[in-house]
Structure formats: structure tokens, C-alpha cells
Design a protein around this ligand. Structure first.
Ligand code: ATP
Length: 239
């Protein structure tokens, strides 16, 4: 049978000096899935995403993307292989225009496609960014900045997109738009690993999920199983 595993992680540890943020987790993402990583503040979710792309100090028994080893691979090379992170806090460059932000995401070192073609596609997909192309990113609303952060990441034509709390701090209506966008990206063939505080909506959109607590995986399963689990109901869904 063809192996559709896109991301394979075994026994990942992330330590900041004496602080062990992630303590030996296993995690897989298969092609075409949306997998969500849930857990309280400080559980180690961001550290996991950052470690995958080489932005946090990591150790693992195995860490492979598309069958090739990620260990020791620097962040810019990870992007070129098709794995891109949208970090927490939608860090767009406020004093650069929307256009300049997009072009940075499609810069030569980052992109695998033709930047002009990818940008044209992006502007079709995000009409609001097309309208605001020559405005400074800092003048956009929070939701628009998150769209821009995602569009910028998509400029590298990734196979796997890591999203770190894309809905954080956004109004409910805008949160819905972001979740709609994530669903439409999957329909277009993108695989997504999604870190979220918004547990109910994440489990609606995801195929599978993992719950992290104190750097360990406490619970995992299909989105359906997680939604039905008493732990999730008590801790997050307010049953
Ligand atoms: P949050 O939702 O608050 O971002 P999280 O689940 O993403 O939480 P992490 O940000 O990965 O959790 O943090 C896990 C632990 O690692 C926390 O105790 C945090 O204080 C610590 N930590 C994170 N980044 C660093 C760092 N650069 N240096 C030292 N400690 C860190």
C-alpha cells in the first residue's frame, strides 16, 4: 500500500535550558489531513510547531517530512522542501505593503514555484488583499493581517502548512472566516497541522487531533472520538 504519511515524528523533545516544553511526543500527519494540536497555555503546542521547522531546540528519534530527514535542517531549507509555518501572532511586516509582504513569502530562497504566478493565484484567492495591495500591512484589520500571514506562507507553495493559533484575538465572525479559509485550503489539496485554542471549531474541521498537556500527548484520536471524550467535554466544550 502506498504510504501517505507526510510528517512523521517519534520521540520529539524540546528543551529551553532546564525547561522541558515537549517531552517525547509521537505525531503523524497524512497527506490531505487536517490534524489539530490542542492543549492549555504552555502545554507545548507552539514549541512543537517551532521545533518541526527548526526554530526551537529539538531532539527526536525520527523526524521526517515526505520521507526525508528534518533533523539538522535549517528553517529556510525546510520551507523549500514544502513545509511552512504561520507563527502565532500573525507577524506581518507592518511598515511594508501587502504586496511586499507577499513577495517576501515568495522570495527566491523560499518558493518552489514562479513567484509572479503564485502571487496572481493568491490575489484571486484573497480579493481583500488584492484591494489593499499597496497599503501598509499595519493598516489592515486583525483578520486581514491573519489572511496576509497565511497568504504569505502560501507563497512558498507548501505541501504542509503549520498554523499556530490563527484565530487568536479575532472577533467571532472573523474567526469563522479563518476556519472557512482553512477548510477551503484543504479542499485544494493542502495538508494542515493546526494549533488552536478554539477547540470546538478545530474539531469540527479536523480529521484527527492530539491533546498536549505538560509536554506530553494526553489524548489522541479522530475528531469525532475527541469531541465525544469526557476529558475534552469537561475541559474545553463546557459540557
Ligand atoms: P501558548 O498557547 O501559551 O503558546 P503552548 O502550548 O504553545 O502555549 P509553548 O509556547 O510551546 O506552549 O510553551 C511550552 C513551555 O515552554 C512553557 O512553559 C513556556 O514558558 C516555555 N517556553 C516556550 N518558549 C520558550 C523559550 N523560548 N525559552 C524558554 N521557555 C520557553
Amino acid at each position: 500500500a502506498p504510504d501517505d504519511t507526510l510528517l512523521l515524528i517519534e520521540d520529539l523533545t524540546v528543551s529551553y535550558g532546564a525547561v522541558e516544553a515537549v517531552r517525547g511526543i509521537d505525531l503523524t500527519v497524512r497527506r490531505g489531513e487536517i490534524v489539530t494540536l490542542l492543549g492549555a497555555n504552555g502545554a507545548g503546542k507552539s514549541s512543537t510547531l517551532n521545533a518541526i521547522v527548526g526554530l526551537a531546540p529539538r531532539k527526536a528519534r525520527r523526524m521526517e517530512f515526505s520521507g526525508s530527514d528534518l533533523q539538522g535542517v535549517p528553517p529556510e531549507t525546510v520551507v523549500r522542501r514544502g513545509l511552512t509555518l504561520v507563527p502565532e501572532g500573525r507577524r506581518v511586516f507592518s511598515s511594508l505593503t501587502v504586496d511586499e509582504n507577499l513577495m517576501l513569502g515568495g522570495a527566491k530562497h523560499a518558493t518552489r514555484g514562479d513567484p509572479a504566478a503564485v502571487k496572481a493565484d493568491m490575489l484571486e484567492r484573497f480579493p481583500i488583499l488584492a484591494e489593499r495591495l499597496h497599503q501598509n500591512a499595519g493598516s489592515l484589520s486583525g483578520g486581514e493581517q491573519q489572511m496576509l500571514a497565511i497568504a504569505r506562507a502560501l507563497m512558498s507553495s507548501p505541501d504542509l502548512l503549520l498554523l499556530d493559533e490563527p484565530s487568536l484575538g479575532l472577533a467571532p465572525q472573523v474567526v469563522d472566516q479563518i476556519f472557512d479559509l482553512i477548510g477551503s485550503l484543504r479542499e485544494r489539496g493542502l495538508t494542515i497541522l493546526l494549533v488552536e485554542q478554539n477547540v470546538a471549531q478545530s474539531l469540527e474541521i479536523a480529521d484527527r487531533g492530539y491533546v498536549l498537556a505538560n509536554g506530553r500527548i494526553e489524548l489522541q484520536g479522530s475528531a469525532e472520538e475527541l469531541r465525544a471524550s469526557p476529558e475534552i467535554q469537561d475541559a474545553y466544550l463546557g459540557a
